[in-house]
Structures are given as C-alpha cells and as structure tokens.
Write a protein that binds this ligand. Structure first.
Ligand SMILES: [Zn+2]
Ligand SMILES: [Zn+2]
Length: 247
C-alpha cells in the first residue's frame, strides 16, 4: 500500500512542478515570482523529479524551440519525425543533452527571461546524483514492497519524468480530440484531465501558448492553473496582467 501511495503522489507532485515551474513559468512566463520563490520551486522540481530531474533552464529552451517549430524538421520532439516512441525518447534525450552541455546552441531569442541556477544544476544534474536517487528509491521499495508485482513500478519510478514526457510529446501529438484546427498535430488527450494536471489540453495550449489556463470548453478543467490562481491570491506568484485578460 505504501508503494502505491508513493507512486501516485510521485506521479502528481513531480508532474505538477514540471507543469507549473518548468513549463508554464520557465518556458512560457505566464506569471512572475520573486527570486526567492524561484529558487524554492527550482529545488521542489529537483526533489520531486529525483533521478529523472532535468534542468528547468534547458527544458525551457527546448520547449520554446518545440513551439517555434512544431512538427517541422527543427522540432526537438515530434512523433511525426520519428518512426517509434523509443527513438522519440532517445532523440529527445540527445537533443536535451546537447543543449545542456553546450554542444548545441539555441538562438539568443529563446534565452530571454529563463530561470537560471547553474551552481545548483551542477550539483544536482549528474550521474552520481541520479544513482543516489535510485539507491533511495531501491531502499524504499525494499522496505515497503509487500508483493513482487509492486517492483514492476520501480523502473517507472526511476524514469518518472520521461513517462510524463511521453504523454505530452508523443501521445498529445498523435491521439485525442481537437478544439482548434492548427497547422500542427497537437491534440487534447483527455476531455476530463484527472491524470496530467491540465497538460492534457495540448491542442488548446498550442492554440494559445500564452494563456495560463489550458481549459477552454465547459467540461475541461486545468488543475495547475487553478493552483496557480491560489498562489497568485496568496501573493507567491503574479499572473501577468496582459495574460490575465486573456483567460
Ligand atoms: Zn506540443
Ligand atoms: Zn508549451
């Protein structure tokens, strides 16, 4: 039972920080926050993503390039440029890594207002740290797994961030419904998004990438946006006025 609870919490908490901090704040700048809160959420992203942590700065860069070149040759991850899901994952990993080590340079325009914390990323973003996380997860499974089949979740725990990546980068550009006819393949993968904290509405998001609320139709509901609104009310973030008028 402890393993199942952990797995579900890990899924939602790590996805929330990916959606709230890395996607909507770092890549799209839907809202602002103080330097202190930025560092706090940077740390939350690392702690929740653990062994699959990627840098919010590099993620932001890669995601901006995805929006600029969706489904075209320069898209870092389009299922329409890849023969299968494994190659999509592998090529996305290589693209990210080349940006991270500086082997590949993104155009200057993609760097604007990205959160950066290089000393923190140097400390957290390396194979020793990933192995330490795997050891911590292993100890947890070792002490709390009461049936053999619970160990099937262990590899998924290690690659949690990649699972979320598959959902949006592959599934949401392949299967689902469209509210808007766009010149790309983005889809809304679930009408009622109880699994992806609002990221399921990817067709809506590609239509309005500057809009903090991904929900458009009456049955759609964006959890991350609603939590962001609460954080705005609490004075922790400020949803940008120009963007607020859009919701
Ligand atoms: Zn997309
Ligand atoms: Zn986006």
């Amino acid at each position: 039972m402890a393993i199942l609870i952990f797995f579900v919490l890990h899924w939602y908490i790590s996805l929330f920080f990916q959606s709230f901090f890395m996607h909507r704040y770092a890549a799209h700048g839907h809202f602002t926050m103080s330097r202190g809160w930025e560092r706090f959420f940077y740390i939350c992203s690392f702690l929740s993503q653990g062994s699959s942590y990627i840098s919010p700065t590099t993620y932001g860069l890669m995601h901006r390039i995805h929006h600029a070149h969706t489904d075209k040759a320069l898209d870092p991850h389009s299922p329409h440029n890849e023969p299968n899901i494994f190659l999509l994952l592998w090529d996305t990993r290589n693209y990210y890594f080349n940006l991270w080590i500086g082997k590949m340079q993104a155009d200057e325009k993609y760097h604007k207002d990205l959160p950066r914390w290089e000393t923190f990323d140097r400390f957290t973003h390396n194979y020793k740290m990933r192995l330490l996380w795997v050891a911590i997860y292993f100890a947890f499974y070792f002490f709390f797994a009461t049936s053999w089949w619970l160990w099937l979740l262990f590899p998924l725990t290690i690659i949690m961030g990649s699972l979320h990546g598959i959902a949006v980068n592959w599934w949401a550009h392949k299967f689902g419904y469209e509210n808007f006819s766009l010149n790309n393949t983005s889809k809304n993968i679930l009408p009622v998004d109880l699994l992806f904290v609002g990221e399921a509405y990817h067709n809506n998001h590609h239509k309005h990438p500057g809009r903090p609320n991904n929900a458009v139709r009456w049955f759609e509901w964006d959890l991350t946006y609603n939590i962001t609104k609460l954080l705005d009310r609490a004075g922790i973030v400020r949803i940008k006025p120009a963007v607020v008028t859009f919701r």
